[in-house]
Design a protein around this ligand. Structure first.
Ligand SMILES: *Cc1c(COP(=O)(O)O)cnc(C)c1O
Length: 841
């Protein structure tokens, strides 16, 4: 191969990373890499290799090509320290890795296919299909963390994502008789080629036990924690390569293992079973992801998981300073620690404990380091989602942390007393300890008190956070509160998910859009170009054809690609109001049935999403949608006019097929309830028009695309609040809306449940009783907006123009912009380009 190189590059020459034999990005090099891995890594012969074998071989060949950049990135930071972002998140919903790494490396589909053809594989898609995605997240929050990791690397900002390597991720969803059935997600069963276990960098974590006070050699009064239980965290590193740059950051996921010392001790005293139990217990720690999206289950094992990954991560950060000989006081200059929601908020107490108990710093120094390092992102205002830990349970698991939290709280409340003399109510409200009812630790208060910045995730949400959830905190620390509107990575959500659109953008905007989405405004020049608008529509149609094929294979339902694809995909939750959409579908159906559907364009209404296994109403909504789908799809009158499908097992892989193929994006949450949403952004970038409420980032999407290119409906957050205080009577609404009354009557008669009038009774009672998410209050206006959608769709040229303007004007929602915001206002972190020495070919 490259015998012309002056050095043998495989020798550990300092600062030299290139291995030319595994660095080539052309088809021959990729083929050679695959051949070698098939034979030596996988123990397979090429002629008998399965698609899975070829997927593994290609993945290893691609991984080899990441290694130069990955090691160079690590070495760059080691050699010349630079502030690194530590993104702490209990969830990272990273999706399939192969295609993303091919793109970011610069191995085109064509090159990959040239290599694959030599194994008699015609298309890359055949190989991508067999990849299992790690479902290490529930939905939006975990996916956001993944988009942020990709943008950090693409912007060449040194970063490490810390999380948990769940053995079982979010469950796989099956639909049986219209109901959701949960199946364990065994994503590791075929082997997962993207992780590098680092057992030598394992960390110990304690749990339980007691604290003890003692006086140290200098006469200082100190406390020490004697845990009763331990676990070991083994890091599993996933390389995260930026787009066409050398920066390759890491996602460091901790797997829990049993401790050996304790095994041996118990074994020696004859308690073999006790030792085995501890082993089983500590391995269970990273066994499974909690499948609740938003709601706080408050389970002991979940707190254990949180402390486990946070403790490992902070120890890892401190160790890296130690390894580089950097004094611990310098911590805030080298690490900026972002808490993705309160799941990692125990970091505040754990960092204090590590600094005080293990590194012997005094309180003030430790608190200064902590508060200069940690920032907190709030993701929800819903009371049922704010994490609270029962005090007794907290103490039994983390006794030393509770002591530290009491001291943090004591000092903080002292400040509050000075500011609001005699105001007991404010003290009770701001205290980390909830004294009402059963005592509890409020994680949002802990995070807010310690963080140097607290941010919401969309303008409206950040505003409500300040005005409604935390007005007193915002008054004490006005400069602490800020907004960073969420974003999504255009590499995955446009370039990979929508190659047809990407080609169009490359041609008309130039390929730079992929790292500079604001350039898409250039498309506006084409908004009156009839030929271009037709091409725009034809591109969308081609993507819809693919999805139609998938829908047919998955559900057996034939859908017309030229019909309006009206899509709602996201976790199933009452606040997201899939049932509002379902009621609209029934109205549509009734209008066709009653001959009142003149001018109503053919529609395909597509749903997808998982419900938390313990969330009864959400599961009933899935059953409801499937009941409606069954009745409508079987009715000959609906042929060619209306189709309804529920696509099972919504995940990243499926999402990549759905967003690009959508005409209409349903963002219909109750105003004030959705913090931001990111699905709304993926739809709009891919040219879907939004029908939505003034909630979360919908507000900003509408401002940017222009109100004439957005179908707005529904009560504002203020109007909802007023309804709530003035007494809301959903039953009265039913009386004034005959179409709604008729829909509810049919449901009650069992029209969508094979004559079983009881099946959806709880849903009906919920809606006509309290209707906690104001579904009926927004119904009439929603129908009005849906009629507007129908009108707009009938003028296809105008629709295509609106679609084009949605893509053209949503560059702001690139996660590159979000990360730049975080870097400037919160992290004070900067790009650090990585040089690769010794010539990579
Ligand atoms: C984007 C995304 C979400 C978040 O969707 P929202 O509509 O913002 O709730 C959830 N799950 C997956 C797989 C996604 O890709």
């Amino acid at each position: 191969m490259s015998s012309s190189h002056p050095l043998d590059l495989r020798l550990p020459t300092p600062g030299c990373f290139a291995d030319p034999e595994r660095a080539g990005l052309d088809a021959d090099a990729v083929f050679d890499g695959m051949t070698e891995h098939l034979f030596f890594t996988l123990g397979k012969l090429a002629p008998t290799a399965s698609n899975h074998d070829l997927y593994m071989a290609l993945s290893y060949a691609v991984r080899d090509r990441l290694m130069t950049r990955y090691l160079a990135s690590l070495e760059a930071i080691r050699a010349r320290p630079h502030k690194t972002v530590a993104y702490l998140s209990a969830e990272f919903l990273i999706g399939p890795q192969l295609n993303s790494n091919l793109l970011n490396l610069g191995i085109s589909k064509d090159i990959a296919e040239q290599a694959l053809r030599r194994f008699r594989i015609e298309s890359l898609d055949q190989i991508l299909e067999v990849e299992e995605e790690p479902g290490l997240g529930n939905g939006g929050l975990g996916r956001l963390a993944a988009c942020y990791m990709e943008s950090l690397a693409s912007l060449q900002v040194p970063a490490i994502g810390y999380g948990i390597r769940y053995e079982f991720g979010i469950f796989n969803q099956l639909i049986r008789d219209g109901w959701q059935v949960e199946v364990t997600d065994k994503w590791l069963k075929g082997g997962w080629p993207w992780e590098l276990p680092q057992p030598e960098e394992a960390c110990f974590v304690g749990f339980g036990g007691r604290t003890e006070s003692y006086t140290d050699g200098k006469g200082n009064y100190r406390s020490r924690w004697i845990p009763s239980e331990h676990a070991i965290g083994i890091p599993h590193d996933v390389p995260v390569l930026g787009y066409r740059v050398n920066t390759c950051n890491r996602l460091r996921l901790w797997r829990a293992d049993a401790t050996e010392s304790f095994d041996f001790y118990a074994f020696n005293i004859g308690d073999y079973y006790g030792a085995v139990e501890e082993k089983v217990g500590s391995e269970t720690l990273s066994k499974v992801l909690y499948p609740n999206d938003g709601t706080d289950e408050g389970r002991r094992l979940r707190l254990k998981q949180q402390h486990f990954f946070v403790s490992c991560s902070l120890q890892d950060m401190l160790r890296s300073l130690g390894n580089r000989g950097i004094p611990i006081e310098e911590f805030p200059n080298h690490w900026t620690v972002q808490l993705n929601d309160t799941h990692p908020a125990i970091a505040v107490a754990e960092l204090m404990r590590l600094l005080i108990d293990e590194h012997y710093l005094d309180w003030d120094t430790a608190w200064d380091i902590t508060t200069r390092s940690v920032a907190y992102t709030n993701h929800t205002l819903l009371p049922e989602a704010l994490e609270k830990w029962d005090l007794t349970r907290f103490r039994s698991l983390l006794p030393r942390h509770l002591e530290l939290i009491y001291e943090i709280n004591r000092r903080f409340l002292q400040q509050v007393r000075l500011r609001y003399p005699g105001n007991d109510a404010i003290q009770r409200k701001l205290s980390i300890i909830d004294e009402d009812g059963g005592k509890a630790v409020r994680m949002a208060n802990l995070a807010t008190i310690a963080a140097h910045h607290v941010n919401g995730v969309a303008a409206l949400h950040s505003d409500l956070l300040k005005r409604q959830l935390m007005p007193e905190f915002a008054e004490i620390w006005p400069e602490k509160f800020t907004n960073v509107t969420n974003g999504v990575t255009p590499r995955r959500w446009v370039a990979l998910a929508n190659p047809a659109l990407s080609r169009l953008l490359d041609e008309h905007v130039g390929p730079e859009w992929i790292t500079n989405m604001e350039l898409l405004t250039k498309l506006e020049e084409r908004q009156h170009d009839t030929a271009f608008l037709e091409q725009w529509g034809a591109t969308k149609l081609s993507v819809k054809r693919k999805l139609a094929g998938y829908i047919h294979r998955q559900t057996g339902v034939l859908v017309d690609p030229s019909s309006l694809f009206d899509v709602q995909v996201k976790r199933i939750h009452e606040y997201k109001r899939q049932h509002l959409n379902a009621l609209q579908v029934i109205t549509h159906y009734l209008r066709i049935k009653n001959g009142q559907a003149e001018g109503m364009a053919p529609r395909t209404v597509i749903f997808g999403g998982k419900a938390a296994p313990g969330y009864y109403m959400a599961k009933l909504i899935i059953r409801f949608i499937n009941g409606i789908a069954e009745t409508i799809n079987a009715d000959p009158d609906m042929e060619g006019r209306l189709r309804v499908v529920f696509l099972p097992d919504y995940n990243v892989k499926l999402a990549e097929q759905i967003y690009p193929a959508s005409d209409l994006s349903e963002q219909v949450s109750t105003a004030g309830k959705e913090a931001s949403g990111t699905g709304n952004m993926k739809f709009a970038m891919n040219g879907a028009l939004t029908i939505g409420t003034l909630d979360g980032a919908n507000v900003e999407i509408r401002e940017r695309v222009g109100p004439e290119n957005f179908f707005l409906f529904g009560k504002t957050e203020t109007e909802i609040m007023e309804l709530q205080t003035n007494g809301y009577r959903p039953r009265q609404i039913v009386e004034t809306l005959p179409e709604l009354a008729e829909a509810l009557r049919l449901i009650g008669l069992g029209h969508f449940s094979n004559g079983d009038g009881e099946l959806f009774r709880p849903l009906l009672d919920n809606l006509t009783g309290f209707d906690p998410f104001f579904v009926l209050a927004d119904f009439a206006d929603y129908l009005r907006a849906q009629d507007e959608v129908n009108q707009a769709w009938t003028n296809r040229k105008q629709w295509n123009r609106m679609s084009l303007l949605n893509t053209a004007r949503t560059g702001f929602f690139s996660s590159d912009r979000s990360i730049q915001d975080y870097c400037q206002t919160i992290w004070k972190a900067e790009p650090f380009p990585v040089e690769i020495t010794c010539d990579v070919p």
